[in-house]
Every structure is written in C-alpha cells, then in structure tokens.
Ligand binder design. Structure first.
Ligand SMILES: [Zn+2]
Length: 217
C-alpha cells in the first residue's frame, strides 16, 4: 500500500464536533477520494451481492482498525482513489479515515457511504487506516502503532468521537484480523478476510486507551 506520492495535505481543516461533551472534537483534514455516482451504484451492487442489501448508504455501528502496510498517508489515498476492481469486483476498496504517524487525521470517504475495507462487515463498519509499514510479525506492527504516541492518541480521539456520535460500544471496535470471527460477520458469497492487521490482544490494549481518553479533560 505504499507509494511515492508527494502531494501536500489539503489546506482546509474541519472540526468534527461530537454529540456529547465527554468526547473531544477531533481536527480532520478533508482529503476525500473521488466517489461519484458510478462508484455509488457499484457499491450498492456490491452490497446486494454480499449482504442482500441494495444500498451504498452506511449507518455505522462498528469501527474496524487497519494499518496501511506502507509508509505514507498519501500512499493510502492513492490506493483508494482510482475506481479499479479488487478481487474481480468494483468498486475499489477504500477506508473512511487514515491516521498519519504525526497524528494528522485525514477523511477519505464520508462515513455516510459504505467502503470496501473489511469483507463481511462493510455494511456496518467505519474503516480506519493507520499509517504503519508491514513487519514480518504483524503483532510488532500493532505494537509500533501503540507505542507511537501522537498517532495512537489521535486514533483514540477519533474512535471516541465516532463512538459518541454513533453509539458504538467498545466491543464493536475491532481489528481487521478479528473480522472473520466476529458474530456480526456475514457474506452471502462466502468470502473471508485474509488480513493480519490489528490482532485481538492489541485491540484489547487499544480499547484501554479509549477508556483513558474518556476521562475528563
Ligand atoms: Zn486491513
């Protein structure tokens, strides 16, 4: 997922306000990928094939954590921007946010639109990419994120904000590696995930940061 893209971050920053005072607002840079009517129609058709649900609209009830496998947020955006087939089907994959290593949060797709980021859960889950190169041991990659304070602090603040806004409980914040075993997983064509990002013990550790982030101040 890495690339050598060199475009600068978008200049505008919007503050997405939470619905409760317990969750801080999180600065989000608008870095949206193209998502035209054709891609929406393809997304609805994908949803019909895989979930029996002919819509591109998302009402979020989960968050799935990912890491990029590459070293830049621009590489993530460049992977998701073109509407090419993935596993033989359009639309292209995408995620709703990417969190850079310095803690900058980029919005890639509005959370009102479904993204292909996690087989079996794309009809309900917001996908968040975290910039982290792949390592031979995926647990080491998870650990690198958890140790990178600006990034993991921003990630926790973003997730807290989404939890507050959409009423998402902590056990509905999962890792991509956990998706196949999640009770909410379903795919009418029998597809399964083969990804190793964010294994359960590391997600459990991340959930503890959500509790810390919820403390006053
Ligand atoms: Zn993933």
């Amino acid at each position: 997922m890495s690339s050598a893209a060199a475009s600068a971050p978008a200049a505008t920053t919007m503050s997405v306000r939470p619905t409760t005072s317990a969750a801080p607002s999180v600065p989000v840079v608008d870095s949206l990928v193209p998502f035209d009517d054709t891609r929406k129609v393809e997304t609805a058709a994908y949803s019909l094939r895989h979930y029996g649900d002919d819509t591109w609209r998302l009402t979020p009830s989960m968050v799935v954590l990912h890491y990029s496998g590459g070293g830049s947020w621009e590489g993530v955006r460049d992977t998701f921007a073109p509407d090419v087939a993935n596993l033989g089907e359009k639309p292209n994959t995408c995620a709703h946010f990417v969190v850079d290593q310095d803690g900058t949060v980029h919005a890639l797709v509005p959370v009102t639109i479904r993204c292909r980021h996690t087989i079996g859960l794309n009809d309900r889950a917001i996908g968040i990419e975290v910039v982290q190169p792949a390592l031979p041991d995926p647990r080491a990659a998870d650990a690198a994120i958890l140790a990178r304070r600006p990034q993991v602090t921003a990630l926790a603040a973003l997730v807290r904000m989404l939890q507050a806004r959409y009423g998402i409980p902590a056990d509905a914040v999962i890792g991509h590696a956990m998706a196949n075993d999640d009770p909410r997983f379903h795919d009418l064509l029998g597809w399964r995930n083969d990804h190793v990002d964010w294994q359960e013990p590391d997600v459990v550790a991340f959930r503890r940061l959500l509790s810390v982030a919820a403390a006053p101040g």
